[in-house]
Design a protein around this ligand. Structure first.
Ligand code: DAT
Ligand code: MG
Length: 150
């Protein structure tokens, strides 16, 4: 049985600002397992699909422009509770409200430049992983598994 997976994406500002290694390190050190990793620049239509639920929002156009403005790092992370814990690691949507110690709390100021995306439910994670990794992810297990899970 596959453990829970989340779709995590470092947005163009995070890539431009050199935060890729720092962000990956946080998920890696927590104990989660990297199952997929792609550096890619997405097109408008793809961004609109990813953010389809927000298409009626006034900030939708700006959001699509921002997320297509440079390369992003798309990832699949796996582990027990990774969707909910991933959201905690990332912090609140608006960095002004994100606690210090979270990625957005430590590295972002404006909501429209909040560095990173993380799936908000297991269901949405499945949809996002299917969209961003149509060829699937890498099937492997960490040898340290028994040192992370009881
Ligand atoms: P999250 O990324 O925390 O899941 P979301 O799914 O509600 O937040 O929104 C997606 C992105 O849209 C968010 O990361 C930044 C942008 N956004 C959300 N609310 C916004 C707002 N009120 N003004 C500007 N951008 C906003
Ligand atoms: Mg969201």
């Amino acid at each position: 049985a596959t453990m829970e997976q989340s779709f995590i994406m470092i947005k163009p500002d995070g890539v431009q600002r050199g935060l890729v290694g720092e962000i990956i390190a946080r998920f890696e050190k927590k104990g989660f397992t990297l199952k997929g990793l792609r550096l890619m620049q997405i097109e408008k239509s793809f961004a609109e699909k990813h953010y389809a639920d927000l298409s009626a929002k006034p900030f939708f156009g700006g959001l699509v422009e921002y997320v297509t403005s440079g390369p992003v790092v798309a990832m699949v992370w796996e582990g027990k509770g990774v969707v909910e814990t991933g959201r905690k690691i990332i912090g609140a949507t608006n960095p002004a409200a994100s606690a210090p110690g979270t990625i957005r709390g430590d590295f972002a100021i404006d909501v429209g430049r909040n560095v990173i995306h993380g799936s908000d439910s297991v269901d949405n994670a499945k949809k996002e992983i299917a969209l961003w990794f149509p060829d699937g992810v890498v099937d492997w297990q960490k040898s340290v598994h028994p040192w992370i899970y009881e």
